[in-house]
Each structure stands twice: as structure tokens, then as C-alpha cells.
Design a protein around this ligand. Structure first.
Ligand SMILES: CC(=O)N[C@@H](Cc1ccc2ccccc2c1)C(=O)O
Ligand SMILES: [Mg+2]
Length: 368
């Protein structure tokens, strides 16, 4: 497969409602898409970086710049251009895993489309649909939160995740438990908002039978998470800390986490995500697929990953309508709390040209 060029395309997708977390409030998803054109097919990748560097050091403008100046030229110089050859070709560039993941996914998508193979099959998926959870932002009040949770449960979501931060943690969790009972699968995500000194306060979440508490502390503080794990009955899950199979292995060895949230964009791509899955399965560590408010392109690829056997917990692969009134692909619609895994070649979906044009703010063609 010969690469002829790469398109960088910036799109702006308004969210159906503001999404507030401990690191800020988003009202628009500012997305960088990568389209790779080859002699055999074209492929799409979605960069999960946000406009700002609140979740990780990467941000959308930076991802476009590192792709244009370093990653795409490195790929052009590589002799091979199949999916597994991308990460080695980009290895001289440190970090920038979200930018790398978008480029690798686009190449993988093109390669699989050309060969008529689905990403799900390529990764080793064992299911054709996956149970879906939903991530609920920090709200202005407990009643507002309960209304939103009630709607999501009515829609059929298999699991509720509540964003928490100091001042919004025990009360919302208690309110959800009191209103919806103990059988609802419930977990919380702090996005690094707490410090180790907050451990006794976080222990107050133990009575509520949470599936897990996600990333309470700084992403570099594995030892603090290991300490917390020794104090809580609630399993600790890591998200921002897990940037590769190596850091996953370290976190497991240090008992810093009992569950892992795998996000292909955060770890550099779907091939590294599968390596992390395999590592966690070998250690008996359950994993689930995290979300970065992807469009249908990233959502389709995430569903292929979430169908692997070790993904035993519902992920944040919510329906398109959770975030967008109109997706750039055919919308993913929840059915009995599940989403179908795309079965077509590659990631199995394509953007609708008219929808794509309607949300495009900028596009750049880089010939190779
Ligand atoms: C679904 C979920 O909670 N995702 C992230 C946080 C997050 C929150 C808000 C975002 C806004 C724009 C882009 C990415 C974002 C990621 C998480 O698990 O920690
Ligand atoms: Mg998280």
C-alpha cells in the first residue's frame, strides 16, 4: 500500500448539553480528523485531544502541528506503510500519543478496507455488540443530576458514571443510590481532582457499592493510588495514568489499580490498546473502553476494541445522541443498553460528506 497524501481536517461539533468535569466545562467538541489516501483505499483516524490541555498535555492545535511537522514526514520516509509499521516509524518523536494514534488508525483503516477486513476481526473481537455505560457531568444541583440519571436509565444505559470533584462527591453518589437503588451499576471519575490527603474523605464512598473510583489523583502518582487502594474497599481504576503497556504493567505491579480504563487515543493507538488488554487479561485485571466524546468515526473504532474478551465492564462508548444532535456518521443508537459493533471493512463507517462539510472549520492537504 502506497501513501499518496494525508488530509488534516478540523471540525467543530456543538454538544447537546455542557459537559462539566473537574478540569472544566466543554460546550463544543473541537476535533482533528486525519484522512490517509493510498493507492488502495482511504482511511480515517480521529484525534481525541481536546482544545485545551486540561485532560492531558496534548491539545488539538498541538496535535495538528506535530502531525504536519514531524509525524507525517516520518511516515512518508518509512519504507513500509502498513498498520503495524506506523508506531515504529513514529518512535523517534517522543510522546504525542493522541496525534500518533489518529495517524496509525487512519493507516490501519485504509489497509483493512483495502483487504476487506473489519477492525473488530483484526483486533480479535469476540462479540458483535457491547454493553454501554454513560458518563454524567458535574451538575448545578442534586435534583438536576437525578433528572439526567433517570433519563439515561430510561434510555437503557447499562452503567452510570458520575464525574466528581471536592465538594461534589459523597452527596451526589448517596442521592443516586437513594433514588435508584443498589442494583444500578455505578462508578465515579475524579479526573485527578483529589490529593492523597483526601484519602479518608474518599473512603466515605465505600458504603455505596461503587464498581470503581477512577483516577482520583495526579496521573504521575502511581504510589498514591497504591496507597489509596490499600485503604478502600472500592476498586481503584486508572485512566490518565495509563499511557502505554509499560505504564499499565507498572501500575498493576505496584497494585495502583484493580481496573483499567483503556482509551486507544491516550495510549498511542489500537495496537497498543490491544497490548494493554492482553496484559490486563493475563493479570486478571478487568478493563473497559473509555470515551473522549468521539464522533462516529472514533466511536466505531472504540466499539471494535470494546468487543474484545477482556472488556468485561460497560464502557463510556455511549450513543452518538449522548453528545451530538447530528453525528458526522450514521448515528450509533442504543438498543437494550448495547451498541452494535461495526462489521464492515476497516472501522466500518464513513463520514457523511454533507455533514462533514457542515462542521468543517479548516482542512489541509499534505501530499507525500
Ligand atoms: C466520557 C468521559 O468522561 N471522558 C473522559 C473525560 C473527558 C471529559 C470531557 C471531554 C471533553 C472533550 C474531549 C474529551 C473529554 C474527556 C474521562 O473518562 O475521563
Ligand atoms: Mg476518566
Amino acid at each position: 500500500m502506497t501513501l499518496s497524501g494525508v488530509e488534516l481536517r478540523r471540525i467543530s461539533m456543538p454538544l447537546v448539553a455542557p459537559f462539566r468535569t473537574s478540569f472544566g466545562t466543554e460546550t463544543v467538541r473541537d476535533v482533528l480528523l486525519v484522512r490517509v489516501v493510498t493507492d488502495a483505499a482511504e482511511g480515517w483516524g480521529e484525534c481525541v485531544a481536546m482544545s485545551g490541555a486540561g485532560y492531558s498535555p496534548e491539545y488539538t492545535d498541538g496535535a495538528a502541528d506535530v502531525l504536519r511537522r514531524f509525524l507525517i514526514p516520518a511516515l512518508a520516509r518509512a519504507r513500509r506503510s502498513d498498520g503495524p509499521a506506523v508506531a515504529p516509524a513514529l518512535s523517534a518523536v517522543k510522546g504525542h500519543r493522541m496525534a500518533k494514534a489518529a495517524l496509525e488508525t487512519a493507516v490501519l483503516d485504509a489497509e483493512l478496507r483495502a483487504e476487506g477486513r473489519s477492525l473488530a476481526r483484526e483486533l480479535g473481537a469476540t462479540r458483535d455488540r457491547v454493553a454501554c455505560g454513560v458518563s454524567v457531568g458535574i451538575m448545578d444541583s442534586i435534583p438536576a443530576l437525578l433528572d439526567v440519571v433517570a433519563d439515561y436509565l430510561d434510555e437503557g444505559y447499562a452503567r452510570i458514571k458520575l464525574k466528581i470533584e471536592p465538594g461534589w462527591d459523597v452527596a451526589p453518589v448517596r442521592a443516586v443510590r437513594e433514588r435508584f437503588g443498589d442494583d444500578v451499576l455505578l462508578q465515579v471519575d475524579a479526573n485527578t481532582a483529589y490529593s492523597p490527603a483526601d484519602a479518608p474523605h474518599l473512603a466515605r464512598l465505600d458504603p455505596f457499592g461503587l464498581l470503581l473510583i477512577e483516577q482520583p489523583f495526579d496521573e504521575e502518582d502511581l504510589l498514591a493510588h497504591a496507597g489509596l487502594a490499600g485503604m478502600l474497599t472500592t476498586p481503584v481504576c486508572l485512566d490518565e495514568s495509563i499511557t502505554s503497556a509499560r505504564t499499565a504493567a507498572a501500575a498493576i505491579r505496584l497494585s495502583a489499580c484493580a481496573v483499567v480504563n483503556i482509551k486507544p487515543g491516550r495510549v498511542g493507538g489500537f495496537l497498543e490498546a490491544r497490548r494493554i488488554h492482553d496484559l490486563c487479561v493475563s493479570h486478571g485485571v478487568p478493563v473497559w473502553c473509555g470515551g473522549m466524546l468521539e464522533t462516529g468515526l472514533g466511536r466505531a473504532a472504540n466499539l471494535a476494541l470494546a468487543a474484545l474478551p477482556g472488556f468485561t465492564l460497560p464502557g463510556d462508548t455511549s450513543a452518538s445522541g449522548r453528545y451530538f444532535d447530528a453525528d458526522i456518521t450514521a448515528p450509533f443508537v442504543l438498543r437494550d443498553g448495547h451498541l452494535d459493533v461495526p462489521a464492515g471493512p476497516g472501522i466500518g463507517v464513513m463520514p457523511d460528506p454533507a455533514r462533514l462539510d457542515a462542521v468543517t472549520t479548516w482542512t489541509e492537504w499534505i501530499a507525500l
